[in-house]
Design a protein around this ligand. Structure first.
Ligand code: ZN
Length: 331
């Protein structure tokens, strides 16, 4: 070999060289495959990550909807009597009395003057409705104990929870004279508000579920995020029609405890929020509170809230009923 390194022979591939080339090939192919595999893995990871973040964004959006609605509402209420921001474009005969009242409410805080309790010119009593969303939870029993202690009736807008530990709670709400309202079975904004069909399925499921648990057919509804939520993929008017077709009345709120935030706010703030805002409404105040495992400060605040409201002149705390003036946000 040594003597034959001419131009021709130099291009000859020796076994060693072949092995080297072979090795190099393997290394290159291996590297390429590793890179491809890594890229695929990275893509999969990022896809999952994006999906999770999207979920998070949706949750936060929903939460913001709950939090901002009230300020929207208050702003609207502060506006002048005639500036009604509610569009009446849907003329398809669905505007019933309740909706007209809504329009009145949003246009002016003094809508309460139109509410039934003052129509006959009698002395006005402020009616306060304490409403608890998202239950049942591990806190519900304590809430019920406090309400019982003060002999106050409230309204629970519940979701569907199949764990048998909640069976007695659903029953207790009803047995103790509180109003059982619906707050969607799933409380999953993404599926609930994805289509009219989804909403109907969820509604029927919850109504039947509650009937099976308690024997009560609930006729009150609170939309997750309120009727003015900006999360729904479906026109909220369509969903409101669904409720109206079934004779179900929906309630939003005009007073918020502010306890929908992810990080708990202290009970003093909750008490202040409620007591300050309730006084803005001389006739009807529907107070939004939450009944959830992580809303312990709401429970702590409850006794003071009740005492504070009961200390107000001509004010009573009531459970929502057919006679309750429906506070509704719908824009
Ligand atoms: Zn809720």
């Amino acid at each position: 070999m040594t003597g034959s390194q001419g131009g021709k022979n130099s291009r000859e591939i020796t076994p060693q060289r072949r092995r080297r080339i072979q090795r190099l090939k393997h290394i290159i192919i291996g590297t390429i495959f590793s890179v491809i595999f890594l890229l695929i893995f990275l893509c999969a990871f990022l896809t999952v990550r994006i999906y999770m973040l999207q979920e998070r964004v949706n949750e936060l959006e929903a939460q913001m909807a709950e939090n901002t609605e009230l300020s929207d509402l208050n702003r609207a209420a502060d506006a002048s009597d005639q500036s009604t921001p509610v569009s009446k474009e849907d003329s398809d005969s669905v505007m019933n009395a309740a909706e007209s009242e809504t329009v009145g409410f949003i246009s002016n805080q003094s809508v309460s003057d139109n509410s039934p309790d003052s129509a006959d010119g009698e002395q006005t009593i402020r009616k306060v409705y304490l409403t608890f969303d998202d239950g049942p939870s591990d806190e519900t029993d304590t809430i019920l104990d406090i309400l019982e202690e003060y002999n106050v009736k409230a309204t629970f807008f519940v979701v569907g929870k199949t764990d048998s530990k909640y069976d007695l709670i659903y029953k207790r709400i009803v047995a103790e004279g509180h109003t059982l309202g619906m707050h969607s079975y799933s409380h999953n904004y993404q599926t609930l508000y994805a289509s009219r069909e989804n909403f109907i399925d969820d509604l029927d499921k919850l109504q039947q579920f509650l009937y099976d648990k308690t024997g009560v057919e609930s006729m009150f509804y609170r939309f997750p995020g309120g009727s003015s939520n900006t999360v729904s993929q479906v026109d909220m008017n369509d969903l409101i029609n669904v409720l109206q077709d079934r004779g179900i009345v929906y309630f939003d709120w005009n007073v918020s405890a502010g306890d929908a935030t992810e990080t708990a706010i202290d009970s003093e703030t909750i008490v202040n929020n409620v007591l300050t805002e309730v006084q803005n409404f001389p006739h009807t105040a529907v107070v939004l509170l939450h009944d959830a495992d992580d809303k312990k400060t709401t429970v702590e605040a409850l006794p003071e809230i009740i005492e504070g409201i009961e200390a107000m002149d001509d004010t009573e705390i009531l459970p929502i009923s057919e006679d309750t003036f429906p506070i509704q946000h719908k824009k």
